[in-house]
Design a protein around this ligand. Structure first.
Ligand code: KG4
Ligand code: ZN
Length: 360
């Protein structure tokens, strides 16, 4: 068997500065410096602020990852870096840092698609066999992919506007709950009636796996305003009912679209059928529980990597880099940052740009 590669990963495509060292399937170190406090006053990620913070933190982050792994640059086999998609300033900071390290050490440089990092995580954590079906669902992404190899992706559909995490965050603001909105809405909805408010299930009546979540936010605003107009304010129970109803609407859409994506995936007759989820929204217990049930009914394994590896991190970039290197990819110092970089080059581009930048 080939020796397990030891790869340094660098990730700076959004608001997390991250570095990690991965050897084979072992995460030797994974360091993430968040920027939540820097952006808190602005209600979203400010690209210039993010880029500056990445540039300031990247060197330290790499040093911390190497020292936590107990390794030196000379112990590495390669340097992998997110080269897109994402906010251009952040991606550029990471790419320049990785190029500097590659030039100084002579190590191979591998530019990794951020979405490939998420999509390959089930192989890092659970050694899932190709091909598997993946749902990436976070504050910036929402798409179904059949993952057939480190550079072989088929996108079956995705959001045509907002990502579900954005809708959770907006809903939390509408209901006066804290940020990030996902966990706040989930907690608030415990004990609430998911049928109390009749919210739309966008695109459910249309064929295919595409989704839309922006209309749901508007519907939530109207539902809240109606309660406030009738009662003069929101009680704790109103908040719970609104949260539970919103969560049920998102879950219904994700479950039905997953059912359709699974039908396409299972038709290719994978030997060990597997469905994996990643992204912050995958932490939601109601959504996760319903997707698990669906998979069980279709004799399909369900894999959800631990949250720290589901959300943005550099271990996934290091691991994807190792797979790509073994696959023959090696970039040079002309590697450029690609703010838009779809994984499936044959799929029609998705429109729009979310709070986390351009969608792929
Ligand atoms: O993957 P992630 O950490 O970052 C990116 O978007 O790349 O995802 C963050 C998103 C936020 O919008 C957050 O509200 C949502 O994931 N989220 C959740 C939960 N935990 C985090 N959404 C629903 N339920 C949760 N428990
Ligand atoms: Zn991400």
């Amino acid at each position: 068997m080939a020796r397990a590669l030891t790869v340094l990963g660098i990730e700076s495509s959004c608001d997390d500065t991250a570095s990690a060292v991965v050897r084979g399937h072992d995460v030797l170190a994974s360091v993430v410096y968040g920027q939540t406090a820097l952006h808190a006053d602005f209600g979203g990620v400010v690209p210039e602020v993010a880029a500056r913070a990445h540039a300031e933190k990247l060197d330290h982050c790499v040093e911390d990852a190497l020292s936590a792994a107990g390794l030196h640059l000379a112990d590495l086999d390669a340097i992998a870096v997110t080269a897109g998609p994402g906010l251009i300033g952040g991606v550029l900071s990471g790419v320049m840092c990785a190029k500097g390290l590659a030039a100084a050490t002579g190590l191979p440089l591998i530019g990794v698609n951020h979405l490939a990092g998420h999509a390959l995580t089930p192989r890092l954590t659970d050694q899932v066999a190709y091909p598997y079906l993946m749902l990436l669902v976070s504050g910036g992404h929402c798409q179904f992919l059949i993952v057939a190899g480190p550079d072989k992706y088929r996108r079956l559909g995705g959001t045509i506007d907002d990502a579900p995490g954005e809708a959770f965050d907006k809903t939390a603001r509408i209901l006066g709950l804290s940020q990030p909105g996902g966990p706040a809405v989930e907690t608030s909805g415990i004990g609430g009636d998911p049928r109390a408010f009749d919210l739309p299930r966008p695109l459910l009546n249309q064929p295919g796996c595409d989704m839309s979540f922006s209309g749901l936010k508007t519907a939530m605003l109207r539902a809240r305003d109606a309660v406030v107009a009738a009662k003069g304010g929101l009680t704790r129970l109103d908040q719970a009912d609104l949260s539970a109803s919103f969560q049920a609407a998102i879950a219904d859409v994700l479950v039905e679209k997953t059912r359709r994506a699974l039908a396409i995936y299972l038709a290719i007759k994978p030997v060990t059928p597997c469905f994996a989820i990643a992204g912050g929204v995958a932490a939601n217990q109601v959504i996760r529980g319903r997707l698990m049930q669906l998979c069980a009914s279709l004799d399909t394994d369900f894999v959800a990597p631990p949250l720290a590896l589901c959300t943005d991190n550099a271990a996934m970039i290091a691991y994807a880099g190792a797979e790509l290197l073994a696959f023959g990819q090696r970039d040079d110092l002309t590697l450029s940052a690609r703010p838009r970089w779809p994984l499936d080059k044959t799929a029609a581009p998705m429109l729009g740009s979310g709070k986390k930048g351009a969608k792929a």
